[in-house]
Design a protein around this ligand. Structure first.
Ligand SMILES: Cc1cc2nc3c(=O)[nH]c(=O)nc-3n(C[C@H](O)[C@H](O)[C@H](O)COP(=O)(O)OP(=O)(O)OC[C@H]3O[C@@H](n4cnc5c(N)ncnc54)[C@H](O)[C@@H]3O)c2cc1C
Length: 397
């Protein structure tokens, strides 16, 4: 091992949207003058979850906490120059505010109405639409079996997630954050605290606080500190289809069985998560696409939903990993009581991109002040796992 060693007050492991947002929000605080390093092993982000995602951004969650997180996302996207401009240039996230449209049947309609009441109470701009109203907006949709739809009328749609991760990186760097093109391979513990992050190159980085923002690898990072964090890589696939009839006005549609689809230029992106019973931990190096998945799990739903999907061609496909929180499918934020200077920001289970602004801001507050200032994110605390108190969010896609 090299004798070379550097010290930073804060060392963030992982420079995806979550690590990048944390670095950015911390570095822009006037009350924080410490040094910050982000350790990112892949500056192309080829295998990170962020660029392999659908880029979806929605208000339609079912818990006040997640809805409030989304409200900050909306604020962040509206005022992007305030957060991400560097020398007068703001990244173009290509935010397409087409909305999400969740469909309900007679069995799920009551739940949709109950969830809508929560969303309305929290001020989320979501409208319940009858099948006729859905048909008026999206005449291509066949609505057999649909009794109600829930549509986000503002601040919902999708962004270019790769542009967001680059935007955070550039902004953080402009504020003095060091990005080290290195792979973390271990943690040195001293009296129950992380004292160093060990890198594959042999370098050891001393730290006051370490942040675990390693996405689907964050369960392994926690294990280096002897912690059992229920976050595992779970493979998800996205298919790009050409139906020869672009419908750029379409929303991000979540069908009755969870099949999702949204337009992307002249194509559509689509996918579906497996049933929980058939979902298993993935090899983090496995990015192979199961091409039958489209034929057997997706196509029939799409063809039933719109004539324009009866004849389609898959023109591209990829696999990525959710950073799946097996305990309750939601963010895990903050320190574990056994290793108090290792802060976790992980477990997003398919909604980490849209939560990155509020999470980055919240983790920055935790580091700078020891608590949350703007939005109370304590519902996502690590301790809930040991206490067996799951955070129940119904809208996990
Ligand atoms: C198919 C798919 C669709 C999705 N759709 C959406 C969506 O519509 N909306 C949404 O909000 N979310 C979506 N998600 C989830 C979202 O992509 C993730 O929750 C989010 O990207 C997590 O961000 P992250 O920064 O934690 O992880 P990542 O983007 O994976 O970044 C983690 C980084 O850590 C680095 N790293 C890991 N280990 C180490 C190490 N030991 N040393 C150094 N660096 C390391 C990696 O190289 C990586 O760059 C989707 C995910 C998938 C797979």
């Amino acid at each position: 091992m090299s004798e070379f060693q550097q010290n930073f007050d804060i060392v963030i492991i992982g420079g995806g949207v979550i690590g990048g947002a944390t670095a950015t929000f911390l570095a822009r605080r006037e009350d924080f003058n410490g040094s910050i390093a982000v350790i990112e092993r892949d500056r192309t982000y080829e295998f990170a979850s962020t660029p392999r995602s659908m880029g979806g951004v929605r208000q339609q969650f079912t818990t006040p906490e997640n809805i409030r997180i989304s409200q900050f996302t909306a604020e962040f996207l509206r005022n992007l120059p305030d957060y991400l401009a560097v020398e007068g240039e703001t990244p173009d996230l290509s935010f397409r505010q087409n909305g999400y449209l969740f469909l309900a049947s007679s069995e799920s309609e009551t739940a949709m109405r109950r969830i809508h009441a929560t969303q309305t109470r929290e001020g989320a701009p979501v409208a319940l639409l009858t099948p006729d109203e859905i048909g008026a907006r999206f005449p291509e949709m066949r609505l057999d079996g649909v009794t109600l739809g829930s549509f986000g009328t503002e601040h919902e749609g999708w962004i270019d997630a790769f542009a967001l991760v680059q935007g955070f990186r550039k902004k953080a760097q402009s504020l003095g954050v060091a990005f080290l093109n290195e792979e973390a391979v271990g943690l040195t513990l001293d009296k129950g605290r992380v004292s160093e992050v060990q890198l594959r190159s042999g370098i050891r980085i001393g730290c006051g606080i370490a942040v675990n923002a390693a996405g689907y690898m964050s369960g392994s990072v926690a294990a280096w500190a002897g912690l059992d964090m229920p976050v595992k890589p779970r493979k998800r696939m996205v298919f790009v289809i050409d139906n020869r009839r672009p419908a750029p006005h379409w929303p991000l549609l979540i069908d009755l069985n969870g099949v999702y689809i949204r337009p992307e230029g002249r194509y559509f992106l689509c996918g579906v998560s497996p049933e929980e019973s058939e979902d298993s931990d993935a090899d983090p190096a496995d990015f192979e696409v199961d091409h039958d998945w489209f034929e057997t799990r997706i196509w029939e739903t799409l063809a039933a939903r719109a004539l324009m999907f009866e004849a389609v061609k898959v023109v591209n496909a990829w696999a990525g990993h959710y950073d799946m929180n097996l305990f309750d499918h939601n963010a895990i934020l903050g320190p574990h009581p056994d290793v108090p200077n290792l802060i976790h920001a992980t477990g997003f289970s398919g909604h980490g991109i849209q939560q990155s602004p509020a999470v980055g801001r919240g983790v920055a507050e935790l580091i700078a002040t020891g608590g949350y200032e703007s939005l109370d994110l304590s519902a996502f605390r690590v301790e809930r796992i040991a206490e067996n108190k799951p955070f129940v969010e119904e809208a996990v896609v």
